[in-house]
Ligand binder design. Structure first.
Ligand code: HEM
Length: 538
């Protein structure tokens, strides 16, 4: 371990000579002009001399890690946003809509990470996984996981012991994604040490070495690739790769098919009669690429959704009147559906959606978005060019907590997202799912009868034209939102949740996590409710 750490330092010092020091890389401050959300801040990571030459203001970097810091990710992004905003006097403005949608793609190396044409082709192929028809078909699996969750809560409520909801929801989400993506019964509640759960958790806990590698890869992406610098541990990626390979081999040998994400990838892999796939441009996939995509799906889905539900429940314990109002809605809607949690009953829970939207505003699991310019980008009307390859950070959590866009931004107020009020929220000031063609995969218009691949192609053609007009079905729900709704309904319809004193208030965020995640869990007490909203005292 120490040797690797040492090597990392050596590499960084070697490259200082050629490319400038880490600390010479600073976050340049650019204001975003957009007709609606103006003055938002964007951050460019470039060498100081470049920023100085272009007269772009920047945050003063310090030795040895520039503008990076050891504090938790969300706190760090909020801090640089506040500092940046108070400092930026630049009149240099870019159009965030143009920037986020047309020119920039995310950094990295899987669906998250692949770029350009290959990413487009793949995304076109994956988009049909999310038609409303397919989501509805998958819903039963979701609902089944909700039943397991409800049963589990029932058991712990009987013991009257507090439980860490973050851990419980981690098991719930692992089961859902394992099942919907791979057709696997992960059984995380019964087997908390099942390999899926253990490896899944390990990915998000980042130690100092991981952070250094992230920083290095971000600063010198090409060098990191040339050195095969791993951002994920070999053990973790080997486990996921092997698991997917085994499932694929089983399905192909037994001609077994299933309506899940993996099946779609297998079809892409075997397209044009090439059963082993070949390294391609995203229209076909190799076995390694199939495994990598499944893995990313698993990662993208499980921690984000469980964090969203954890934060929502935490906020509901701090605001019991909102919790009561939400429970009232749950009971009223479920009464019309014979007490069944169904896709349609959840879609009717509008106040619940407001609660989730507001929780995501205060605690977006991904506190910033990353992009990298694919080509030299001339800021319209300015004498400034952002060179190809420049990493760009969009500090989403900063916008979410900015008084300029949300009055009393630290107050939890789901009414901000009522049908009437949400029209007032400036575009691009609220982005918990990102935005542009690389946003979180969304449900597409429901049309089981239409050829789904055509839907995908058409959607992408609109993208290539640069106008990105894709509008999801107005009643659509994202998979992550549905997952959160099932969990909240399963818990709140029978239990009132209160915060146990084991939880640190205000919540402390974990500096080791690669996402916005609490340190030390969120401990809840569960008190049983009768159907007519009375607390059962035993
Ligand atoms: C409430 C839960 C969720 C939140 C807050 C969330 C948020 C995000 C965000 C912020 C991004 C990056 C967007 C950008 O850079 O513009 C993203 C990408 C992505 N998310 Fe989600 N997500 C959630 C749930 C899920 C679930 C359940 C799945 C899959 C089942 C999923 C699959 C993906 C994928 C595959 C991408 C990469 C898309 C691409 O690069 O083309 N997410 N998500």
């Amino acid at each position: 371990m120490k040797e690797i750490l040492f090597n990392c330092y050596i590499y960084s010092f070697l490259f200082q000579k050629k490319h400038g020091n880490f600390y010479r890389f600073a976050l340049g401050l650019i204001r975003c002009s957009h007709s609606i959300a103006s003055n938002n801040l964007c951050l460019l990571q470039v060498d100081l001399s470049v920023l100085e030459k272009k007269k772009i203001p920047y945050l003063e970097p310090s030795i040895p890690f520039g503008n990076c810091s050891a504090i938790a990710l969300g706190d760090w992004v909020s801090q640089i946003y506040r500092e940046g905003k108070s400092k930026v006097e630049s009149e240099i403005k870019i159009d965030i809509a143009d920037f986020i949608i047309t020119y920039l793609y995310r950094l990295g190396d899987h669906l998250f990470a692949i770029t350009g044409k290959k990413w487009r082709n793949l995304r076109v192929k994956l988009t049909p996984t999310f038609t409303s028809g397919k989501l509805k078909a998958m819903f039963q699996t979701l609902a089944d996981c909700g039943i397991v969750l409800e049963k589990y809560i029932e058991n712990i409520a009987e013991t009257k012991e507090a439980s860490d909801i973050k851990e419980i929801l981690g098991c719930y989400s692992t089961d859902i994604i394992g099942s919907c993506a791979f057709g696997l019964d992960c059984n995380s509640f019964k087997e908390p040490n099942s390999p899926f759960r253990v490896y899944g958790k390990r990915v998000f806990v980042r130690n100092t070495l991981d952070h250094m590698k992230d920083l290095f890869s971000l600063t010198f992406p090409k060098v990191a690739r040339a050195l095969h610098l791993r951002v994920l541990s070999k053990e973790v990626s080997d486990f996921f790769m092997k698991t997917v390979e085994n499932i694929v081999a089983y399905r192909e040998k037994n001609s077994y098919t299933r309506k899940d994400f993996l099946q779609l990838l297998i079809e892409i892999k075997n397209k044009n009669g090439q059963p082993n796939g070949h390294k391609g441009d995203g229209t076909t996939l190799t076995m390694d690429e199939v495994a990598a995509q499944c893995f990313i799906f698993f990662l993208a889905g499980f921690e984000t959704s469980s964090s969203t539900t954890t934060f929502a429940l935490y906020l509901l314990t701090r605001h019991p009147e909102i919790q009561d109002k939400l429970r009232e809605e749950i009971h009223t809607v479920l009464e019309r559906y014979d007490d069944q949690i169904t896709y349609d009953s959840l879609s009717e829970m509008k106040y619940m959606k407001q609660v989730i939207d507001e929780s995501l505003r205060l605690y977006p699991p991904l506190p910033f978005l990353q992009r990298v310019s694919q080509e030299d980008y001339k800021i319209p009307g300015e004498d400034v060019i952002i060179e190809k390859g420049t990493p760009v950070f969009i500090p989403v959590i900063g916008y979410h907590h900015d008084e300029q866009y949300f009055s009393n931004p630290e107050v939890f107020n789901p009414d901000r997202f009522s049908e009437e009020n949400k029209k007032e929220i400036p575009q691009y000031s609220y982005m918990p799912f990102g935005d542009g063609p690389r946003n979180c995969i969304d449900e597409v218009t429901d049309e089981e009868d239409i050829d789904e691949n055509i839907i995908g192609e058409e959607r992408m053609e609109t993208d290539i034209a640069g106008t990105y007009e894709i509008q999801p079905n107005i009643n659509s729900e994202r998979f992550g939102i549905m997952q959160t709704k099932v969990a909240l309904t399963s818990i709140l319809r029978k239990y009132r949740v209160t915060l146990n004193k084991k939880t640190k208030v205000p919540l402390e965020m974990d500096p080791k996590s690669g996402l916005l995640s609490t340190k030390g869990g969120v401990w809840l007490n569960f008190e049983k409710f009768t159907k007519d909203n009375r607390l059962l005292v035993s």
